[in-house]
Ligand binder design. Sequence first.
Ligand code: ADP
Length: 424
Amino acid sequence: MSIVPESERPNPYSAYGAHGSVLVLNSGSSSLKYQLVNPVGGEAIAAGIVERIGESSGSVRHTYAGNTTERELEVPNHAAALRLALGLFDEIGPRLADAGIHAVGHRVVHGGERFSRPVVIDDDVVAAIHELVPLAPLHNPANVQGIEVARELLADVPHVAVFDTAFFQALPPAAYTYAIDRDVARAHGVRRYGFHGTSHQYVAGKVARVLGRRVQDLNTIVLHLGNGASASAVRGGVPVDTSMGLTPLEGLVMGTRSGDVDPAVVFHLARNAGMSIDELDTLLNKRSGVKGLSGENDMRQLRRLVEEGDEDASLAFDVYVHRLKKYVGAYLAVLGRVDVVAFTAGVGENDARVRAAVCSGLEGLGIAVDEERNAARAGEPRIISPDWATTLVMVVPTMEELAIARQCVEAVEGLQPSAAVPAG
Ligand code: ADP
């Protein structure tokens, strides 16, 4: 298999031609990220971020036509943040009246068992996202706030919720069920949900598209390695396993999250170190991962420390890679046949050493990276395995905002989900 040149690939999204742009919003507890996207061509027309909402000094950064404007100012709440962003569109460009906004897409972290696809937002959907707060106490409240404010300020266009968990609602029961008392699990919604679904779905689909294959015919392991990190096994476009669980804490070693630990670590520390539930939550979510082991959560800084001979950083890197390798092995077994291992997100797209370390020693399984191909840099999807390898190893930049924008158009128009569009 090889990459089909862009000019020879059909664009299954050209049917969206008449639909202008989509404003994609990602509301965090203290930030609002936005991007105006062309869902057909895929380019970001403008993008920005408002940070430190609710603090005494906040900031905004808006980029349009290659120019970036930055300002420091107090942003009391999410309504003020969105007003600020919309004001910058009119001041710096593109003017909202000329932008042809067709819909607003909201990234929502937790859709529970109710949402397995994007939905056009009405009051019931907002209430349902709110009801899911116990499952995502850090994320869903901010998502709801962003939706409420945006529906008020941009009342003339449809708003769509795109859920991080939706893609993984197709997991088989054997993969999503935790082996705990079934009544307790059912009563409290305890199961694997999986996260980063938009990215895993996009990358698995993109792999097929750039190879000129149908997504139905490919088995892919996707490694999404950003600050948060997750792995998935995707058979014919359908997920069969993923590393994140009830929350985004399970699985791979991340920037500040532990990933898998024996759950008894929690009881042990509660009983013997007198740590409270909140302290344990903070320990595993914010003081663990490569930061907990080395003091640095950013992979670039970690690599710098490794090069300086820092032993803690070296161990952190080894633990990070070891966990990844274990998941690749597990998903090889789950899938039986793997056509592609795809690396994506900040670390996956940029760190050749991580990619080489994960694949080293797997030659006997048909997985390897070619040193020169791995070292090359490009913003486009590319193959980094040697020609003899039976599994392709690829770097595929993720484009979550674009994926959200396209899912938005599909939800508004009632179109076939893009993952099911045959790539050929
Ligand atoms: P998120 O969206 O989860 O915040 P990103 O996908 O932006 O995260 O990834 C952030 C991570 O990517 C950080 O750990 C950062 O160090 C890493 N990263 C970004 N650029 C590089 C690079 N050139 N080399 C190595 N790591 C990088």
